[in-house]
Each structure stands twice: as structure tokens, then as C-alpha cells.
Design a protein around this ligand. Structure first.
Ligand SMILES: [Zn+2]
Length: 586
């Protein structure tokens, strides 16, 4: 009993002292690339007398260590809370850095590690991100695109057929569950961040654009090595994963400002959906809040612009094209199952969207015109959107599409003599599991509930999709023995045990209370459908991300660093190592 009380009291004490200590950005145990820029900020819990302020790095006054004095804010946001801010600093000497902050009454110590890199060994880096790609998507993609006989796969995915593999932990600075903003930010900056934030540490102020920034790999590659930069996705180009390659904001939903940041950063190749936030507000279909025409601006800045697959191929083939903007849908582009087979989703409205492989081919053609090499991020982003919507077939088809794009890049790099580091990774998992098959023929009784047709263990057997076409896609998903992938995180919804052949699944609609969701009645009368009561709060209208590790595979110069158990911030380190971005003299 006494022991118990002591533990509780100690817990409260620790909590109490942590709540009043100063907050230092970058955070404790941050790893900082030599020469990379970052903003240094100290947040004091109350008003501080600047005369009593002492901030040191390895015992040296911070102003001497950084070469500059910071801005002292006595009352941040009009409250009795002071702050010290110093933007765009860098440290070059590798080793531990003890940062000690004292206001005369309280003190805090954090330790950073500054690291350098060996000399450059890769000319180019291609980072493939299967957004939300889970192990089940990957295994199902292998089953459908390669086939299986007597338990042995008839082929390997291009992303599996790589010499180096690691498990990557994905937690963010504020939660064990990451979103696509802070997870992509970990890859692009090597720093942890919070949900909805990218390229910054999320500080306490309300402003979504004043948070302490950290430099992205695209900025480093351009600034230090004059490399070309490519960002390719099939979601809105403003969405978290592509945006995190360049942007700095606490709020991933700030699409207008993200477009402005793209324009300021000028990536050489920018391909995806999301036209709506490039158009002035007077244009039909615009989602901008101002009158700026960013497509016109990019054109004036020298960009070639493509809006269809045909234009993309034509424009990329022109030898003079060095900068390319391709926007192929107002919002997200459509997945390959809709584009190639079902013609659902937005395909009727935007019938000429390119495939991710065509986008990657165009990007490689244009980017390789830069003699200094390139960094290219390619996202198959709809895997995640479909996983949220419990639309498993569409997620799996977009995983096959990602693999086709990976194979294209591997073949391209192989022909050049392997001067390119290629990484394939997910940014976070979804709680999706492959549990068996759904067998229409398991019962001859017409009214047997559909769950009785879920084949597990030996009753799962093997699915009977038609043999895949040359691109690895079976021509039909509504076969009589199909993969059963179920999510462990569920909103209330009707489970139909069938693929959605018209449009992507819409499991929920707005609920009766504000901000809540309920099962979508659209599927209520599908024969065999059952109402599945959710296990998530009613405010959550879709399946959610999960906190398991994701798989990273790699090939090419520098890929040998990919092994064992890694943190997501280390993916950045693998890339900057290969490019020598922290090498002496860079
Ligand atoms: Zn994601």
C-alpha cells in the first residue's frame, strides 16, 4: 500500500515538474545534420527577466555558438510567457551538444547530436512512399499480380526484390499514432514532428506558420548540390506527403499557403492532382481564397504545364523541358482500378489521367537532364485513402501500381550503372489484415449470412482471380473466391463482403449529431450485408492509421545502411548519407 502511494506521488511530481520546465526546439535527443538549417526556440512557462536569462551550448553562450543573438519575446501572444527565437541557424561540428537554459529560477537541459556524412556516393535518390501501405496490401498485391501455386509465390514484387530491408518505427513527437504530415516530415527532415505538422516543431503559438522550422532534404539537395527536385503523387499535390517534401507549417490543411510554398521552392517536377488550389477564386472549380493564378505563375516562371497523360508524355519528351508542372484532377486523382477497369470515382470527369508509371517516367526523363543529379519522391497516395474507406481492392490495386513504378525506376537505374539510391517505404500502417478468402460457393443455401462464407485456414485456399495482365492486374475483382482483408479499426458501417464495382466505398455518412458519422444506408440492402457496430468514437467516420512499424526496402549506393530496426528519422539519414549532404566541404 505504501509502495503504491509512493509510486503515484512520484508520478505526479514528475508530471508537475515537466509541465513547468522550459521547452527547447529542436527537442531533446534531436539528431541534426551538420550544416542543415533550423530554427532555435526556447519557450518559457512564464515571464522571464532577460537579464537573468542564460542559454548555453556545450557551455558557450548561445549567441556565440550560433554567431547571432536571438529575438527575446517578453510576453508571447500577450501572455505572461517569454520566448527566445533564433531562425536559420546551423551547427557544423559533429558530436553531442548540451543545450542548457536557465531563467535564474528554473533550468532545463536537452542534448542534441550533430552528425556529418561520408562523401557522396549516389548521384540520385528516389524515395517511393506507399501511403498507408500495410503488410496485408503488399502480400495481396503479390498474390494478385504474381500468382501463387502450392503455397509458393510465382514471382517477387519489385519492392520486395531488393537487397536491404528494415522495420521502421513511425511514432511522432506527440503520439504513438502518426499522420502523413509528421511521418513524411520525419523522412524529409530527420526530425520528429506532431500530427498535422510538417517541416516544423509544433510550438505553443496559434499561428500555423511561425513554428520553429527544420530544413528539408529538397532544400539541402538544391542549396548544397544544385540537384533537381521532383515530387510525384496521385493525391492532391498539396496533400501531406508531397507537401512535406518542401513545406513548413503546423497545419497540413493550409493548401493555399502550401501552393505558395511550392512556388517559392520551385521543385523542378511537380505532378499530381489538386488543381483547385492553383486556380484563382473567380475560376470555376477553384478552392483558393485569393485571386492568384498559380498555374499562370508557374508558366511565367518557365514551367511547362500538362493536364492530361498525353500532354505529360509530349511535354516531358521535349529536350528543352527542365521544369514541369502536371495537374491532372481537381482533387485526388483516381486509383488504377477505376482508371483502367471500373471507370468509377472521378474518371468520367477526368478521363485522361496518367498512370503513376507514366508520371514516374516523365519525371525521370526531365530530372535526369540535370547534370547534378536529382531527388525524387514518388507517392502512391491513394492506398491510404482507400484503406481509410475500407475499400481493400482499390488499395491493393494501387499497391500493384506502386510496384510497377518501382520496377520502372529499378530498370532505369540498372541501365545507368546503378548510380541511384532507391528506397521503398510506407509512412504509417493501417490496421488491415489478410484473414482468408470470401467464398461465394461455400454455401449453397441462399440465405446463409455472408460471414459464413469467410474461409479461414484450409477453407481459405487460394483466391481465383483471373491471370494478371502485362501490368500485373487481374481484369476482375468480383470473383467467387476473393481476398478477405479486414480492418481492426471501424466506424459503424455495413459490411457487404463484396468489392465496390461502381464507385469507391463510402462506409459512413454524416450522423445526426454535429461532427458524428453513421453507417451509410446505401449498402443496407445489399444481399448479405451486415451492420458492423464500430469500435471508434462516433466523431471518426473512417478506419484510421495504426502504430505498427512499416517495411523499408532499398537498393543502390548507400542502401546498406537500411537494416534491422530503424526510426523514421533515420530514413532521412540514409538519404543524406548517400548524397554526402553533411560531408566536409558541402
Ligand atoms: Zn499517410
Amino acid at each position: 500500500m505504501i509502495k503504491h502511494v509512493t509510486a503515484v506521488t512520484l508520478g505526479l511530481l514528475l508530471w508537475g515538474s515537466a509541465a513547468v520546465a522550459q521547452t527547447v526546439y529542436p527537442i531533446d535527443r534531436a539528431e541534426i545534420l551538420s550544416g542543415a538549417q533550423f530554427d532555435f526556440k526556447v519557450e518559457f512557462p512564464d515571464k522571464v527577466d532577460p537579464a537573468k536569462l542564460k542559454v548555453t551550448l556545450n557551455g558557450q553562450d548561445y549567441a556565440a555558438a550560433f554567431g547571432r543573438t536571438g529575438t527575446f519575446v517578453e510576453r508571447e501572444e500577450g501572455k505572461d510567457q517569454s520566448a527566445l527565437l533564433l531562425r536559420d541557424v546551423a551547427l557544423s561540428a559533429p558530436g553531442p551538444v548540451a543545450v542548457e537554459v536557465s531563467d535564474g529560477a528554473r533550468s532545463r537541459k536537452v542534448t542534441w547530436t550533430v552528425y556529418d556524412t561520408p562523401p557522396r556516393k549516389a548521384k540520385n535518390v528516389i524515395l517511393f512512399i506507399g501511403d498507408g501501405m500495410s503488410l496485408s496490401h503488399r502480400v495481396a498485391a503479390r498474390l494478385l499480380s504474381k500468382g501463387i501455386s502450392e503455397g509458393k509465390s510465382l514471382g517477387k514484387l519489385a519492392m520486395d526484390d531488393m537487397p536491404h530491408m528494415a522495420l521502421v518505427a513511425t511514432a511522432g513527437s506527440d503520439s504513438i499514432i502518426t499522420d502523413s504530415a509528421n511521418s513524411a516530415s520525419a523522412y524529409s527532415t530527420g526530425h520528429k514532428s506532431a500530427v498535422n505538422a510538417m517541416g516544423v516543431y509544433a510550438d505553443r503559438t496559434r499561428d500555423a506558420f511561425d513554428d520553429p522550422r527544420v530544413e528539408t532534404i529538397t532544400s539541402l539537395a538544391k542549396r548544397k548540390l544544385k540537384m533537381a527536385i521532383g515530387i510525384v503523387t496521385n493525391t492532391e499535390i498539396e496533400d501531406a506527403t508531397p507537401a512535406a517534401m518542401v513545406a513548413h507549417t503546423r497545419r497540413r490543411a493550409a493548401y493555399d499557403e502550401i501552393v505558395e510554398q511550392y512556388f517559392a521552392a520551385k521543385p523542378d517536377v511537380l505532378l499530381g492532382g489538386g488543381t483547385a488550389n492553383f486556380l484563382p477564386k473567380a475560376s470555376s472549380g477553384s478552392k483558393r481564397k485569393d485571386d492568384v493564378d498559380y498555374i499562370a505563375r508557374f508558366r511565367e516562371a518557365g514551367y511547362m504545364v500538362a493536364t492530361t497523360a498525353g500532354e505529360l508524355n509530349t511535354v516531358a519528351a521535349k529536350p528543352e523541358t527542365r521544369q514541369l508542372l502536371g495537374l491532372f484532377a481537381a482533387g485526388n486523382m483516381d486509383g488504377v482500378l477505376d482508371r483502367k477497369f471500373l471507370k468509377g470515382g472521378g474518371v468520367k470527369k477526368f478521363p485522361e489521367q496518367p498512370d503513376l508509371t507514366e508520371q514516374v517516367q516523365a519525371a525521370l526523363t526531365v530530372l535526369s537532364r540535370n547534370e547534378a543529379g536529382f531527388f525524387l519522391m514518388v507517392e502512391s497516395g491513394m492506398i491510404d485513402k482507400y484503406a481509410h474507406l475500407l475499400d481493400m481492392e482499390r488499395a491493393v490495386y494501387d499497391t500493384i501500381m506502386l510496384d510497377n513504378a518501382v520496377r520502372l525506376a529499378k530498370d532505369w537505374a540498372g541501365k545507368r550503372g546503378n548510380d541511384t539510391l532507391i528506397l521503398v517505404v510506407s509512412d504509417h500502417s493501417h490496421p488491415n489484415s489478410l484473414v482468408g478468402t470470401i467464398n461465394d460457393d461455400m454455401s449453397s443455401t441462399p440465405n446463409v449470412p455472408f460471414r459464413e462464407r469467410v474461409g479461414v485456414y484450409e477453407k481459405a485456399g487460394f483466391p481465383n482471380y483471373p491471370a494478371p495482365d502485362a501490368d500485373g492486374y487481374p481484369s476482375r475483382v468480383d470473383v467467387s473466391r476473393r481476398i478477405a482483408i479486414f480492418s481492426a479499426s471501424l466506424p459503424d458501417h455495413y459490411e457487404t463482403f463484396r468489392p465496390k464495382l461502381d464507385d469507391p466505398n463510402e462506409p459512413t455518412t454524416k450522423g445526426d449529431d454535429a461532427g458524428t458519422f453513421k453507417a451509410n444506408d446505401k449498402y443496407k440492402d445489399v444481399p448479405g450485408a451486415v451492420l458492423r457496430p464500430g469500435n471508434l468514437p462516433a466523431m471518426v467516420g473512417a478506419s484510421v492509421h495504426s502504430g505498427e512499424d512499416v517495411i523499408l526496402t532499398a537498393i543502390g549506393p548507400g542502401s546498406e545502411r537500411v537494416k534491422g530496426s530503424m526510426d523514421n528519422t533515420e530514413v532521412f539519414r540514409v538519404m543524406v548519407d548517400a548524397l554526402g549532404l553533411g560531408a566536409v566541404g558541402q
